[in-house]
Structure formats: structure tokens, C-alpha cells
Design a binder for this molecule. Sequence first.
Ligand code: ADP
Ligand code: NI
Length: 213
Amino acid sequence: MASELIERAMTYVKQKLEKEYSGHDFFHTLRVFKVATRISEREGVNVETVQLAALLHDVDDRKVSPDTYKTQANARDFLASNGVDESTTELICQIIREISFGDNTEAPTTLEGKCVQDADRLDALGAIGIARAFAYGGNRNRHMYHPDVKPNLNMTREEYVKSESTTVNHFYEKLFKLTALMNTEAARSIARERERYMKDFIDEFMAEWEGEK
Ligand code: ADP
Ligand code: NI
């Protein structure tokens, strides 16, 4: 049973991300919340802190809310108006800042942060990860696949942000690197399964592309 604070956070985030279609909609947050909870129970950390950070992790995201991205004002407002103390608020804000792929090459400094980052990354893998990648590509008018456009495995952050690569290339350029980047053993084992599923998908995709099936 979720605590009342968690219930309130869930309602808040739902309303905040209702109109978000950038791959960071409320249901993404809900999936991250569920998986982060699962991982944190295995890691023996403060589950409520992990849950709050998971729920609030995108409300000040650069793409979702560019004006509060630096101050984390949305997360802070929610926590302050719900009586969360200052040190817990700082911990949650730190966890959120340390999550993002690319902005941070170093692992999160807290175990709670590691759980949330792993859960966020897991949502880019598996069946959901495949669906999100093609939804993103469609939104940006990207090719699903193009035989002449090869993946670039060693892009700088700048190149990655500007990249006009295909969605299939994104699997190689980012998604297949995620398993090795998992912080917790629990997440790495889920990641392995999800990556296998994606590799099978790519094999099937290529066979169909070549007319072999
Ligand atoms: P985050 O903000 O969580 O680090 P992103 O905004 O990079 O994640 O990605 C959100 C979702 O969109 C992920 O599932 C990711 O795989 C997908 N995505 C991001 N960039 C691309 C891309 N170039 N091609 C296809 N999918 C992408
Ligand atoms: Ni996220």
C-alpha cells in the first residue's frame, strides 16, 4: 500500500505530465516508479525516497520544463508543500540531477540514485524500449532504418544531440550500451533479458528487410 505522500505525488505528476508526448509522459514515470520500487527493495535502501525521486524525476526535465530545469522548482514546490524536510528534499533533488544519460558520465553518488537511474534506463529497453524508440523516431521524422546510414558508436555529447541517425542505429548508439551501465545487479539482470529481446527483434527486422522471411 502506497503512503499518502506517494499517492499525492502520483496525482501531482499525473497532472503535470498529462500533455507530454516527448517520451516522458506520465506512464513512463509510472513504469519507472514500479521498477525502481522493485530494485530498491532488493538493494535495501529507503524505498519511499526512491519512490518520490522516481515520481518526480521528469517534472523538471530539460525537455519537459526548460524554465525549471536548473532550479528543480516543480519538485521542490511539491515537496515543500507536502511537508518533506529539507535534507530529504536535497537528497531527492540530487538523485534527480544525477539521473540523466549523457549529461552525467559518472554513476549517481547514492544507492537510491542508482536504483532510480537504473529504472529510468530500463524503460528504454525491452518491448517498451522498442516502442518508445520508434515513437520518438516517428515524431522526429527519422527513418526506421537506412542501409547507407551506419551507426556511430563513438559520438560526443554534441554529436549525439545533433544526430539525425535512424531509429535502428539508436539501438546500437545508445540502447545496447545500457546493460553495461546498470548500477545494480538486479537491474543488470532485467536489462540482459530486455536486451536479448531487442536483439531478437533486430534479427527479425533485418531478415524481413532483406525479404528472407
Ligand atoms: P532520457 O531523457 O530519459 O535520458 P531520452 O530523452 O534520450 O531519455 O529518450 C527518451 C526515449 O526516447 C528513450 O526510450 C530513447 O530510447 C528514445 N530516444 C531518444 N533518442 C532517440 C533517437 N535518436 N532515436 C530513437 N529513439 C530515441
Ligand atoms: Ni525518465
